[in-house]
Write a new protein. Structure first.
Length: 437
C-alpha cells in the first residue's frame, strides 16, 4: 500500500499534465472530424447564421489552412504527451517501481488513443454540427496563431515533395474516358438510363465549355450600392436569386463591379436595416476558365456567385450556382432562356426559326438537331457571328450562312440586340453560298 501511495505521489503532477494534454488532443481531433463532416448545405446554412456559426463557414473556406493548423497542434500536443509519459515512467523506474512504470506506459498509450482520438471523433460524427459551432472560436484563435509560420510549413512540404518525389502527380479518381465508356455500355434499360446518360454527358462537357458561354452578361442584371434596405427593393424585379452589391473599393460611378451578394432566401427574416450586413463573398474568375473549374471553385470556397472578368480586370458578367445546376440538369440548357425568361428559338414554320441574337450556337445546334462544333474564331452567340462577319453592328437584311442554314437579320436595335430568321438552305443554295469568315 505504501508503494502505491509513493508511486502516486511521484506521478500525480505529471498525470494532471497528461490529463490536460489528452483533453486538448481530443479537442483538436473532434474539431477536425466535426468540421470536415459538415455537408455543403449545412455550411451554407451556417454561413447565414449567428456569428459563431459564420466562423465555422469562414474556417472551411480555406480547408488546407484549417487542416494544416489542426494537424500541427495535434502533433505537437501528442509529442508533448508522450514525452511527459516517458519522463513519468522513468521516474517510477528510478524510484524502484518498474512494474508501475510499465503499467504507466501502457495506460498512457491507451488513454490517448481512447480519449484523445476514438471518443472525441465518435462524438463529433454524431453531433458534428453542435460540436463545430461549439469549437469554432477557440479553433479560429489556434489557426490564427499559426498563420505566421504556415507559409514556412508549406515551403518545407514542397521542398520535401520535390526532393523525394520530384515527378509525382495526383491520380484522378476517375478518368473521363472511363466514364464515357460506362455511359455508353450501361446495361440498364434505355428508358431508365436515357436521362442519366444525358446528364453524365453534360457533366463531361463542363470541362470543354468556357464560363463566358453560360454567364449572364453585364447589363442583364441590376446592382445596388451600400447601404441598401428592403424599401430600396420595392417594385424592382431582380434577374437572379441574389441581391448583387457593388464593390465599394472601386471608383465611384462604377456599377459593374460586384463585391458581395445577399441570397434572397435569407431576406425573409430581414428588417429594414442595411442588407449588406448579410452579404456573402463572391469569387472572381477569368472569362476563359472552364465551367468544371468554376464549379469546383464555388464548392471549395462555399460561394454561390462568380464574377467573370476580362483580361483588363473588368466585370463582364456573373454566373450563379443555380446557373451551373441548370447547365447540368436541364435537357437543353440555354443562357439566353435564363436571361430573357422565355424560349429564344421559335419555330414559325417548318424548317424556319426566329432566334434571338443572345442565343448560343451550342443551343441553336441542339434545337436544329446536329452536333455542335466550336468555330475556329471562338464565336459563341448568333450576334457574335454577325459581328465577326460584318465587323460592325448588324442591320436589318444582313445575311450569312452557318452549317447549311441561312441566317438573316429581321430586327436590330441600336446597341446590337437583334433577332434572326434561320432557314434550312436547299442543295442548290448550299452549293452557291459562302460561309462567314
Amino acid at each position: 500500500m505504501n508503494g502505491i501511495l509513493e508511486a502516486l505521489t511521484i506521478v500525480l503532477p505529471g498525470m494532471l499534465v497528461l490529463l490536460a494534454l489528452t483533453l486538448v488532443s481530443g479537442f483538436f481531433s473532434g474539431s477536425e472530424t466535426a468540421l470536415f463532416y459538415l455537408s455543403r448545405d449545412e455550411l451554407r446554412s451556417l454561413q447565414l447564421g449567428k456569428p459563431r456559426e459564420r466562423v465555422v463557414a469562414q474556417l472551411l473556406r480555406d480547408p488546407d489552412r484549417l487542416l494544416t493548423a489542426v494537424l500541427f497542434w495535434n502533433l505537437l500536443i501528442n509529442l508533448t504527451y508522450f514525452a511527459v509519459s516517458v519522463v513519468l515512467a522513468r521516474q517510477l523506474a528510478n524510484a524502484g517501481h518498474p512494474a508501475a512504470a510499465g503499467v504507466m506506459s501502457v495506460a498512457s498509450l491507451a488513454a490517448i488513443i481512447a480519449f484523445g482520438e476514438v471518443l472525441p471523433k465518435s462524438l463529433a460524427v454524431v453531433f458534428h454540427r453542435r460540436v463545430a459551432v461549439l469549437v469554432s472560436w477557440p479553433l479560429a484563435v489556434s489557426v490564427r496563431l499559426l498563420d505566421p509560420i504556415l507559409p514556412w510549413l508549406g515551403l518545407t512540404t514542397r521542398i520535401i515533395r520535390r526532393t523525394v518525389w520530384p515527378h509525382i502527380r495526383p491520380e484522378p479518381y476517375l478518368h473521363a474516358d472511363d466514364l464515357e465508356r460506362a455511359v455508353e455500355t450501361s446495361n440498364l434499360s434505355a428508358e431508365t438510363i436515357l436521362h442519366e446518360q444525358q446528364i453524365l454527358h453534360r457533366i463531361l462537357d463542363l470541362s470543354e465549355i468556357r464560363v463566358e458561354e453560360i454567364m449572364r452578361p453585364r447589363g442583364t442584371y441590376a446592382t445596388f450600392g451600400s447601404p441598401v434596405t428592403m424599401s430600396d427593393l420595392k417594385g424592382k424585379a431582380l434577374a437572379t436569386d441574389y441581391l448583387l452589391l457593388r464593390d465599394d473599393r472601386v471608383r465611384e460611378g462604377d456599377t459593374d463591379s460586384i463585391g458581395g451578394v445577399v441570397p434572397l432566401l435569407s431576406l425573409w427574416k430581414a428588417t429594414d436595416e442595411d442588407l449588406s450586413q448579410q452579404s456573402e463573398p463572391v469569387v472572381h474568375v477569368p472569362w476563359c476558365a472552364t465551367v468544371a473549374d468554376l464549379l469546383q471553385t464555388l464548392r471549395s470556397r462555399l460561394c454561390d456567385v462568380a464574377v467573370i472578368v476580362n483580361e483588363y480586370g473588368e466585370t463582364i458578367g456573373i454566373v450563379t450556382y443555380e446557373d451551373l445546376i441548370d447547365t447540368i440538369l436541364v435537357p437543353q440548357p440555354s443562357r439566353a432562356k435564363r436571361v430573357l425568361g422565355r424560349e429564344v428559338v421559335l419555330e414559325v414554320a417548318e424548317g424556319r426559326y426566329h432566334v434571338d441574337g443572345l442565343t448560343t450556337l451550342r443551343y441553336l445546334s441542339q434545337r436544329l438537331g446536329f452536333e455542335y462544333e466550336p468555330t475556329e474564331e471562338g464565336l459563341h452567340t448568333v450576334a457574335g457571328m454577325f459581328h465577326e462577319e460584318f465587323e460592325r453592328l448588324p442591320q436589318v437584311g444582313d445575311e450569312c450562312t452557318w452549317n447549311g442554314y441561312a441566317l438573316r437579320v429581321i430586327e436590330a436595335a441600336e446597341r446590337g440586340r437583334l433577332r434572326v430568321m434561320v432557314d434550312k438552305k436547299t442543295t442548290d443554295e448550299s452549293e452557291m453560298s459562302v460561309e462567314p469568315r
